[in-house]
Design a protein around this ligand. Structure first.
Ligand code: URA
Length: 272
């Protein structure tokens, strides 16, 4: 093997080793155990599974990115590692943390749907990547990574989002053209109203009242406001995709969610 090839092979070898940790070290770092001894005892008692199998060897080496660890059936995470989920958002859930008063009047948060999937420390760090209205359904990305939120929502990144719009009335050809070219929508910030001309969008008709609208911006209630601006109204709104991530590829029932790996997230941004 030549010198360069040997060096490369060593690099790869080190990367692989670095990704692996010993089970007792991983458990101590999760913050779930008050001492190293308590973490080890949990392993010896058979309360820890790695990738679904009980592991009683405290020195067991594994890659926590690819092999989930559970303690008495609850998933454990390293406090500083990021985790990302894709969910099929159901109607009737807010993309926000809600307080007791809001709960008392029947409001629900998308974060409620994560309670059985992540522990409290991860739950507290979850962010939605942009917001869908309470009534909107479809693709929602939820993550602990502020960088991922920025990568998708920063206006200068122009990430494309596709929505299935069911309108109350048939879409006229004139309205279709206006939506494609850009319409003036009202925006409100701290009580001040301003007007914003939307960027050119793509539109694909499906039926008389149904069409797919692709936009590269994410102003508050943008699609509903655009449809209102052309004299129509949204009956139902469903997000189909964000960049290359399509809801179809995940095959999720409403309210269901799935964790996505970093490599999969990268593929969302690849040029196709
Ligand atoms: N545009 C809207 O009007 N509402 C959403 O939920 C998403 C985009």
């Amino acid at each position: 093997m030549g010198r360069k090839a040997k060096a490369r092979s060593l690099e790869v070898h080190f990367e692989v080793i670095e990704l692996k940790v010993r089970l007792h070290q991983f458990l101590s770092k999760t913050g779930h155990f008050s001492s190293k001894r308590e973490a080890k005892d949990a392993v010896w008692r058979g309360e820890i599974t790695v990738n679904g199998s009980i592991v009683k060897d405290i020195a067991y080496q594994f890659n926590p990115r690819t092999r989930p660890v559970e303690y008495n059936g609850r998933r454990l995470f390293l406090p500083d590692s990021d985790i990302t989920f894709v969910m099929n958002k159901p109607s009737g859930y807010l993309c926000a943390r809600i307080n007791d008063n809001e709960r008392a009047i029947g409001k629900r948060s998308v974060f409620d749907l994560f309670e059985e999937h992540v522990d409290a420390t991860v739950h507290a760090r979850l962010l939605t990547v942009g917001r869908l209205d309470e009534a909107t359904t479809g693709l929602l990305i939820v993550t602990t990574s502020g960088d991922l939120v920025h990568r998708i929502t920063a206006p200068e990144h122009h990430v494309l989002k596709r929505y299935w719009v069911s309108a109350k009335r048939p879409l006229t050809e004139e309205a279709e053209q206006q939506l494609i070219e850009g319409v003036s929508i009202e925006l409100e910030s701290e009580g001040v109203i301003s007007y914003y001309l939307t960027q050119p969008a793509r539109l694909e008709r499906v039926h008389e009242r149904d069409f797919i609208l692709e936009v590269s911006e994410g102003k508050k209630r943008q699609v509903r406001r655009m449809v209102a601006a052309v004299g129509n109204a949204v009956e139902h709104l469903h997000r189909l995709s964000i960049a290359n991530a399509t809801l179809d590829q995940f095959d999720l029932d409403e309210g269901a969610l799935v964790e996505v790996k970093p490599s999969e997230i990268e593929s969302w941004f690849e040029q196709t």
